[in-house]
Design a protein around this ligand. Structure first.
Ligand code: ATP
Ligand code: MG
Length: 389
C-alpha cells in the first residue's frame, strides 16, 4: 500500500511483480493523483481520511481476485510456470522451449545472458528464473545499466562508504549487496563502460566486492543474470566489451524469440492483457472485436510484447464500447491522419524523437540532450512509443 502513489514506482513494482495488487492512498480530492496511479496500473485507490471498512473491503477483494487469477493460470497449463508467480504467458513451442531451458538453468548457479529484442520479455524471464531457483526467497534486484549515467553506475552496483565522495553522506550498499542470497538482474549489460567491466569481472571471479571508498573486500553471494538487446558478440569483436567478462557472464545464452515468431501468442497475450487491465482501467471493456483479433494476428509487432501491452492499455482507455476495435488499437491498415489531440501529440513526439535519434545516430545521451529530457525520461518515451534507438 502506497501513500500518494508515484506512477513510476507503481509501474516499476508491477513490472517486477506483475501479479502484485497496488492500493494507493491519495490525499482527499486529489483526482489527478488517483488517475495517474490507476493509469500506471494501481489496483484501487482510497482517499484520506481512510475509511477502515472501505479499505478492508478493497484489500479483501484484491486477495480474492489474486487467488482467482492464480488458480486460473495454474489451470491454463501452468506446467511451464515452474516459478509459480512469475506470470510468463505463452502457448508457442518456440517459447515453451525457452521457458523449459530457463527453469532447468534456474536450479543451477550458471551465469545466464538473456538476449532478445526490445519488449520480448527479458526482465520477466529473469524474474521467472529467480522464482524457479533455490534463491527464490532472496531478493530479486534489477538495474538497467543503460538508464544510469556512467558516473553513478559504479556506486549503484558496488555501493559506497560514507565520505567516499562529495555527497556520500552515509554508507550505501550497492545493488550487488542488496541482492545477496538472491539474484541481480543486470539489464543492458552492453552499456557497462569498460573500466567498470573490470570491477564486475573481479566480483564474478572472487565473489567479493569493494564499496567505493571501502578498504576491505566484502564477500557477497549474489547470482547475476544479465540481458541485452545488442549484438554483444559484435561488441566483443570490436573491443567494446571484454571477452573474459562475456564468458563469465554468458555461460549459457538464452535467445528469446520475437513475438512474430511465436504463432498464436499475440492473441493469447492480448486477451491476457485485456483481462488484466480492463477491470482497473475501464471495467466496461470485456474483450476484443473480430476486426481487432484479425488486426492483432496480421500485425508484425516490432516492439514485441511491450508494444502489445501498451497498445492494449491505450485501447482499453480509448474504447467506447464493450469490445476493443482495431481502430482503438490504432492498427487500422493505412491509418489516416490522427484526429484526437492525444494522437496528434503522440505523432509529433514520435517524429521529434525519431529525427533526434537519426541526427545522433542512435546515441541515447546526445538524443536526450537534444530533446531536453533526461536519459531515463527518454527511455520511458522510447518504451511507450515502441521506438528503438
Ligand atoms: N510471455 C509474457 N507473458 C506475459 N507478460 C509478458 C510476457 N512477455 C512480456 N510480458 C510483459 O511485457 C512487458 C515487457 O516485458 P519485459 O520488460 O520483460 O521485456 P524486455 O525484453 O525486458 O523489454 P525492454 O527491452 O523494453 O526492456 C512487461 O510488462 C512484461 O510483464
Ligand atoms: Mg527490460
Amino acid at each position: 500500500m502506497l501513500e500518494a502513489g508515484d506512477p513510476e514506482l507503481i509501474a516499476a513494482l508491477l513490472q517486477a511483480r506483475p501479479t502484485l495488487r497496488v492500493i494507493v492512498i491519495c490525499p482527499a480530492r486529489s483526482c489527478a493523483v488517483a488517475q495517474a496511479a490507476v493509469a500506471a496500473g494501481a489496483w484501487d485507490v482510497c482517499y484520506l481520511p481512510v475509511d477502515p471498512l472501505a479499505l478492508r473491503q478493497i484489500v479483501a477483494r484484491a486477495f480474492n481476485v489474486h487467488a482467482l487469477h492464480a488458480a486460473a493460470s495454474a489451470a491454463a497449463g501452468g506446467g511451464e510456470e515452474a516459478g509459480g508467480d512469475s506470470g510468463v504467458i505463452t502457448a508457442a513451442p518456440e517459447m515453451t522451449q525457452v521457458l523449459r531451458t530457463v527453469s532447468r538453468i534456474a536450479r543451477t548457479d550458471v551465469s545466464v545472458l538473456l538476449s532478445g529484442a526490445s519488449g520480448t520479455g527479458k526482465e520477466l524471464l529473469a524474474l521467472h528464473l529467480h522464482a524457479a531457483s533455490p534463491r527464490a526467497k532472496g531478493a530479486f534486484v534489477a538495474i538497467n545499466c543503460a538508464a544510469i549515467p556512467d558516473t553513478l553506475l559504479e556506486s549503484e552496483l558496488f555501493g559506497h562508504e560514507k565520505g567516499a565522495f562529495t555527497g556520500a553522506i552515509r554508507t550505501m550498499p550497492g545493488k550487488i549487496e542488496q541482492a545477496a542470497g538472491g539474484t541481480l538482474f543486470l539489464d543492458e549489460i552492453g552499456d557497462v563502460p569498460l573500466p567498470l567491466q573490470v570491477k564486475l569481472l573481479r566480483f564474478l571471479q572472487e565473489h567479493a566486492i569493494e564499496r567505493i571508498g571501502g578498504r576491505r573486500p566484502i564477500l557477497v553471494d549474489t547470482r547475476i543474470v544479465c540481458a541485452t538487446h545488442r549484438d554483444i558478440d559484435q561488441m566483443v569483436a570490436d573491443g567494446q566489451f571484454r571477452e573474459d567478462l562475456y564468458y563469465r557472464l554468458a555461460q549459457i545464452v538464452v535467445a528469446i524469440p520475437p513475438l512474430a515468431k511465436r504463432p498464436g501468442d499475440a492473441l493469447l497475450l492480448a486477451r491476457h492483457f485485456v483481462a488484466k487491465f480492463a477491470p482497473v482501467m475501464n471495467p466496461a471493456v470485456r474483450g476484443l472485436a473480430a476486426d481487432a483479433i484479425a488486426a492483432i494476428d496480421a500485425h508484425d509487432w516490432p516492439g514485441n510484447v511491450r508494444e502489445l501491452e501498451n497498445r492494449i492499455k491505450r485501447a482499453i482507455i480509448m474504447a467506447d464500447a464493450r469490445l476493443i476495435t482495431s481502430a482503438d488499437l490504432d492498427l487500422v491498415k493505412g491509418a489516416e491522419r490522427p484526429t484526437s489531440l492525444r494522437a496528434a501529440r503522440e505523432a509529433a513526439d514520435r517524429g521529434a524523437i525519431r529525427r533526434a535519434l537519426a541526427r545522433t545516430e542512435g546515441n541515447i545521451s546526445q538524443t536526450a540532450r537534444l530533446l531536453g529530457v533526461s536519459r531515463p525520461t527518454l527511455y520511458d518515451l522510447l518504451k511507450s512509443y515502441d521506438l528503438h534507438a
